[in-house]
Each structure stands twice: as C-alpha cells, then as structure tokens.
Design a protein. Structure first.
Lengths: 116, 146
C-alpha cells in the first residue's frame, strides 16, 4: 500500500467516525411516557379523583399555567428509585396535569425531557 | 486502468483535504441537537381535533408562548453536516445546522387551527420565526402563503 492509498484509507476512517459520532451523539427526544408511570411514581395522582387543590397542596405552585389554571405543568426530576422530585439536578421532565371544569384531574402525562 | 485509479485517489485526497481544512461540510444523516420533540407525536396533531391540552400532554412545555397562548412554538436544531476546524494537533467538528420550529395556532375553542413546520436558516433568529408563526391563519389564506 503506497502513501496515497494509506492516506485515502485514513480519510475514509476519519469521515466514517465523524458520521457515526454525529448520528449517535447529542440528541434526546422529548417523549410522553405511559400515564400510569406517573401514578406509580406519585401515588396520589389519579385521573377522575385527584383535585387541583390536592395537587397544589402537595406540589406547591406550578411552573407553568395554561387556560386559566385548567392545565398545570410541573418540572420534575426522577430519583434513582423512580419517585418524582421537584428539586434536583440532571434531566428535567414535564409533568402535565389537565383538570376538568370542576377542578378534578382529567388527564395527565409525564413528558421526558419536556421542560424548556 | 492505472490512470483511473490515480485520478480516483487524487480526487479523494483533494476532497479529504478540503473537508479537513473546513472548506467543505461533511454531510451526515440529519439528526437533532439538544432536545427534539417526538416526531411521531407532532405528526399525529390534527387541526380541528387536537386541543392545546393534547399538545402539552404529548410534547411538554413549548419554547415560546405567544399572544395569550393562541400560538405555541417548539424549537429545536437539526445538524446536516460538520465542518472540521482546528490545527494539526486539535480539531473540532462544528455542526452545520438549521433551526426547526413547530408553530401551532389554536382557536377560541382551544382546538388546533394550524400547525406549521418552519425550517431553515431564514429563521436563524427566533424573532423571524415568531413573526411568521403569529401571522394569523386568515392573513396566510389571503396572501396565499399557506
């Protein structure tokens, strides 16, 4: 193998490494997880049962409020044991809670990497 | 035959030198940088059906809340290639990237009226994307841009 062919192989290797690195690194997807996961993490959150007052008593004021309080968003961090924590370091997830007109929880979700 | 091989190697070396000198971006499979909204989720949004609550439950917090939440915008970056910069001992890949925005407009009934995916360096400054996003549906219909 002469010098030019060797250089060719080295260049191919470098370009391949950059492509592989580029494809694999640096990206996370904000993705909704199964709602039952949130109930498992925080036992008091149940659709059709939990009231907004209960949520606010337990979690405090929400980070974001939509539709005049009909939708609350809490920024949460997951501990190693799977429980949600309002303070923490690392990846921030969005716990989205939607209430009906009687202020009872209608639907909720945990969106991984869902904070902005 | 030997001439072909020589030409092929010469071209490869030339391209390689240009790539490594940072003169040409090295194309890669487009991929997101940072947090990217779930593609399946945002493709499932349907005007007239999807509500603001559905969007938040699926995608989490938006990057921009505009006009009393009539418009919500999600923002992310996609890399299409890399330029190598640096010297003999150290080199860094700099992404050649374009901003992406998912612009969502809601009606008074909280249902989705318009969803638009804005892409490109035209929107390198977020305020241009915000301006485009907040152009109301009626204006876009009239101007034929939609």
């Amino acid at each position: 193998m002469n010098t030019l062919e060797r250089l060719h192989v080295i260049l191919q290797f470098i370009v391949s490494m950059i492509i592989v690195t580029g494809c694999l690194g640096g990206c996370v997807t904000a993705q909704k997880v199964d709602p039952s996961t949130v109930s498992k993490y925080e036992g008091f959150i149940h659709d059709g049962e939990t009231t907004k007052q209960e949520i606010q008593d337990r979690l405090g004021p929400a980070q974001s409020i939509y539709e005049n309080g009909g939708i609350l968003v809490y920024y949460v961090y997951l501990q190693d044991d799977g429980r949600m924590n309002l303070k923490g370091t690392g990846t921030c997830h969005a716990c989205v809670l939607v209430f009906d007109k009687d202020n009872v929880l209608e639907r909720h979700s945990l969106v991984k990497h869902g904070c902005r | 035959m030997a001439a072909d091989k020589w030409l092929s190697i010469s071209c490869s070396v030339l391209i390689g030198v240009l790539l490594l000198a940072g003169c040409l971006p090295i194309p890669v499979v487009p991929h997101g940088l940072g947090v990217v909204p779930d593609k399946e989720a945002f493709e499932s949004l349907r005007p007239g059906v999807t509500t603001r609550a559905d969007v938040l439950l699926l995608l989490g917090e938006p990057n921009h809340r505009l006009d009393d939440d009539r418009f919500l915008m999600y923002e992310w970056t996609v890399a299409y290639g890399y330029v190598i910069v640096g010297g003999y001992t150290q080199a860094y890949p700099i992404p050649v990237a374009a901003p992406h925005y998912l612009c969502l407009e809601f009606g008074p009934d909280s249902r989705l009226v318009r969803n638009e995916h804005l892409i490109g360096s035209l929107y390198a400054k977020p305020d241009r994307a915000v301006r485009r996003c907040t152009k109301q549906s009626e204006e876009l219909d009239e101007s034929g841009e939609k």
